[in-house]
Design a protein around this ligand. Structure first.
Ligand code: PLP
Length: 361
């Protein structure tokens, strides 16, 4: 920190993304990317768009909004494309929270929520999960706060049903409810259909996990056109060209290939179930995840130790130091071969630690 820093940001604690190390090749199971490549037509569309990079891109991203509207069953006025869904979350905190309107979210959830609240000086209401790590929708009825819920939640992977989401939205008519659907395509129910019925619901999506475009930075806000107008005003006041030309073209092509990506999501979901079964056979407990990751704990090895030992074997997983979940690791579901390597390495670690007699038989 320099002596020039604005006093507004003196106490800022920045978000720390999962590591993207370049020192060696790892099996990367730490940041929930897709193990499958973008489709051919996405690569072609991005390369074609690159030829026009001397010109600014469309600041309204109209083609992309039309493609999104068609796939999601809404109108283009109900869609705002963004530079990764972290950007729409930032806009939503700016647009819908202030001194008189705190933000409420589950105490164990996506680590960006408290960072954004602090960045904008918004009061936080962190609501504990139930003992089984699920969100109790009763805790979010009529709060008088902006509500933000990741569904499925991170890092637990546990999802609310659509009826529970609707209860929350309907019980907060004077406040915006943001449902962060970063992982919904891996097996949970989307609330997008409700955006036509409720003017206080904002659904956020990302192409980072389900559509193999983490590096392109593409996300969406979907909601009533009033909410989208508010968010667009903030976008146009900070970065009118927020989604670059190559990413706009890649996104349109990805929507045209939506079937390919949905099939990949189903493959990941099958691999998730197979991996959960193998890990349980090694003595792990796993939450019932509907996302592209597993959240697991072993009674005989700490989360931190397992993380370090896997790293030593070239496998990266995510460990959070937050006390209530420090026993756990979040493991991204990769390709089947990657998960087989994970199981082999884990079995070796557990038997080396004398931790699992089954592994030796
Ligand atoms: C990954 C993630 C995001 C952000 O993804 P972007 O790469 O910024 O689109 C948002 N919310 C949750 C819960 C996530 O896990």
């Amino acid at each position: 920190m320099s002596s020039f820093q604005s006093s507004r940001f003196a106490g800022l604690t920045a978000y720390v993304p999962g590591e993207q190390p370049r020192d060696r090749r790892y099996i990367k199971l730490n940041t929930n990317e897709s193990p499958y490549p973008p489709s051919e037509s996405v690569l072609r569309a991005a390369a074609e768009a690159a030829k026009g990079l001397n010109l600014y891109c469309d600041p309204t991203a109209l083609g992309l909004r039309m493609a999104a509207a068609e796939v999601y069953g809404v109108t283009p006025e109900m869609v705002l494309p963004v530079n990764g869904s972290d950007e729409i979350l930032n806009f939503a905190f700016m647009a819908f929270c202030d001194r008189g309107t705190p933000v409420a979210y589950p105490e164990t959830s996506y680590g960006f929520y408290p960072v954004l609240a602090d960045l904008h000086g918004i009061i936080k209401r962190e609501i504990p999960l139930k003992n089984d790590f699920s969100v109790d929708f009763h805790d979010y009825l009529g709060l008088g706060c902006t509500v933000v819920i990741a569904n499925p939640n991170a890092p637990t992977g546990i999802a609310l049903g659509l009826d529970e989401v609707e209860r929350i939205v309907a019980a907060n008519p004077g406040n915006v409810v943001v449902i962060d659907e970063a992982y919904v395509d891996f097996g949970a129910e989307s609330a997008i259909s409700l955006t036509k019925k409720y003017e206080n619901l904002l659904v956020t999506r990302t192409f980072s996990k389900s559509h193999s475009l983490a590096g392109a930075r593409l996300g969406f806000g979907i909601g009533d056109k009033g909410l989208i107008a508010d968010l667009t005003a903030i976008k146009d006041s900070t970065n009118p060209y927020n989604v670059n030309a190559m990413t706009q073209a890649a996104g349109i092509a990805a929507f045209k290939d939506n079937g390919y990506y949905m099939e990949n999501c189903r493959r990941v979901a099958r691999t998730r179930e197979d991996t959960a079964e193998s890990l349980r056979a090694l003595g792990f407990e796993a939450t019932p995840s509907k996302a592209n990751f597993l959240f697991v704990r072993h009674p005989e090895i700490s989360g931190g130790e397992l993380y370090e030992k896997l790293r030593g074997k070239g496998i990266l997983v995510r460990h959070f130091s937050k006390e209530s979940i420090a026993g756990y690791n979040r493991i991204t579901v990769g390709a089947p071969e990657e998960m087989e390597a994970l199981i082999r390495a884990t079995r070796d670690i557990l038997s080396g630690a004398g931790g699992n007699s089954n592994a030796k038989k």
